[in-house]
Write a protein that binds this ligand. Structure first.
Ligand SMILES: Nc1nc2c(ncn2[C@@H]2O[C@H](COP(=O)(O)OP(=O)(O)OP(=O)(O)O)[C@@H](O)[C@H]2O)c(=O)[nH]1
Ligand SMILES: [Zn+2]
Length: 380
């Protein structure tokens, strides 16, 4: 997997990487941050017309609703940066491209090959827009590509390894360091830092008190990072309040654990969350905005949380959440969720639409938040 990690860095820097599937070498490059002439440059390097690999969520946003997987769209020669962005993550591709051209694009879609799926997995892991420029390397260009690999200018990764990069290195989490940190809401706290095998992401377990002493279910909060809400108190979400309430609730329950997970923006990363916010300002809700960018409604994987709980010898929990998906993920990972405790922030004019989309479309258990909102006795 070492090559895969290095490839992720190259892709984030805008360099091409070579994905090898069987006998085929495919040049892969990120779509975001591409230069005007990227498509023709890639065509020259590979000796073949590049395609754009789009996720099934982006395809759905383009009106291709019956697709089951990602697909590859051949790009006309001379496709420029603007057109690439319109196709990969533009808000109104039918306006930008025109209805007929969009229909033509949809007709020319081809099912994704292993190298294409590997390219998309790399983009996701790199927290880039999940759309990839790909070009199959022709026979004539192969020696030049191999020369660049040999001199270390480019990296090569195997498609099957790259496809697995989203799984993380299961069971390879490293417990790195820890310290006592008293918090305003809970004095007796230890912060324990865990690093994923590839060194790309770090997660923190905040252990409050001495949980699990008496074999009781451990009060547990899985909290996905939200820089804007947790740190700055953004009113667009309820994360900051939930974070502080979770610490206070765990303390009141006699101690437990809060996992602060590096899953900014439900796993799409801060750059994409900011893009999604801008899309929401033009009328989309939180799920549709992520879909325009090519993401599913929730891109988080909780394998890392299960690994941390294993490292802390926690098997039975009382989970503080409104998200049934978190309960299911823990159960699937072999953790017994004995009980759920709701955990709310408060409603305001800026987060109302966000919370109602989570409640109505993503199945989060937030009825109580909206009921109290409508209750005249509360004055809100
Ligand atoms: N993509 C995206 N992510 C968002 C948006 N608003 C908040 N988030 C992210 O959503 C995540 C919320 O995390 P949590 O509060 O742990 O999880 P949850 O799914 O709301 O579930 P519970 O709070 O446990 O009920 C954080 O990673 C935020 O950064 C948004 O509009 N778009
Ligand atoms: Zn938030």
């Amino acid at each position: 997997m070492h090559q895969v990690e290095r490839a992720i860095f190259d892709l984030r820097r805008g360099l091409p990487v070579v994905v090898i599937a069987g006998d085929t070498h495919v040049l892969v490059q990120a779509t975001e941050g591409t230069a005007e002439a990227s498509v023709s440059r890639l065509a020259d390097l590979a000796g073949n017309t590049p395609s754009l690999v789009l996720s099934r969520h982006r395809l759905a946003a383009l009106g291709e609703s019956d697709t089951r997987g990602s697909a590859r769209l051949p790009l006309p020669a001379g496709t420029g940066r603007r057109r690439l962005v319109d196709l990969a993550f533009g808000l109104s591709p039918e306006l930008a491209l025109g209805r007929d051209e969009l229909a033509e694009c949809r007709r020319s879609l081809a099912p994704a090959q292993p190298a294409d799926r590997a390219a998309l997995a790399l983009m996701r892991r790199a927290l880039l827009i999940p759309a990839a420029l790909v070009a199959r390397v022709g026979e004539a260009q192969r020696p030049a590509v191999e020369a660049r690999l040999a001199e270390g200018a480019w990296l090569a990764v195997r498609a099957d390894q790259a496809e697995r990069c989203l799984e993380g290195g299961i069971g390879m989490l490293q417990q790195v360091s820890e310290a006592r940190i008293p918090l305003a809401e809970a004095f007796d706290c230890r912060f324990i830092l865990f690093r994923e095998a590839d060194g790309l992401r770090e997660h923190v377990a905040v252990v409050i008190g001495e949980p699990g002493k008496d074999n009781a279910a451990v009060p547990l909060r899985l909290h996905s990072a939200c820089l804007t809400g947790d740190l700055f108190g953004s009113l667009r979400c309820d994360c900051g309040e939930q974070l502080r309430n979770a610490v206070a609730d765990i303390q009141a329950l006699g101690g437990g654990v809060l996992l602060y997970l590096a899953q900014e923006g439900r796993g799409i990363g801060l750059a994409n969350k900011l893009r999604a916010y801008t899309l929401q300002d033009s009328g989309l809700d939180t799920l549709d905005a992520d879909q325009v960018l090519g993401f599913g409604e929730d891109e988080r994987h909780y394998g890392v949380a299960v690994d941390i709980l294993d490292a802390l010898s926690i098997r039975r929990v009382q989970l503080l959440t409104n998200n049934p998906g978190k309960m299911a993920a823990l159960t699937e990972g072999g953790i017994e969720v004995v009980e759920r405790q709701a955990l709310y922030g408060s409603l305001n004019d800026h987060n109302r639409r966000y919370l109602s989309a989570k409640s109505e479309r993503a199945g989060h258990l937030l009825d109580a938040v909206f009921e109290s909102d409508q209750d005249p006795a509360t004055g809100s």
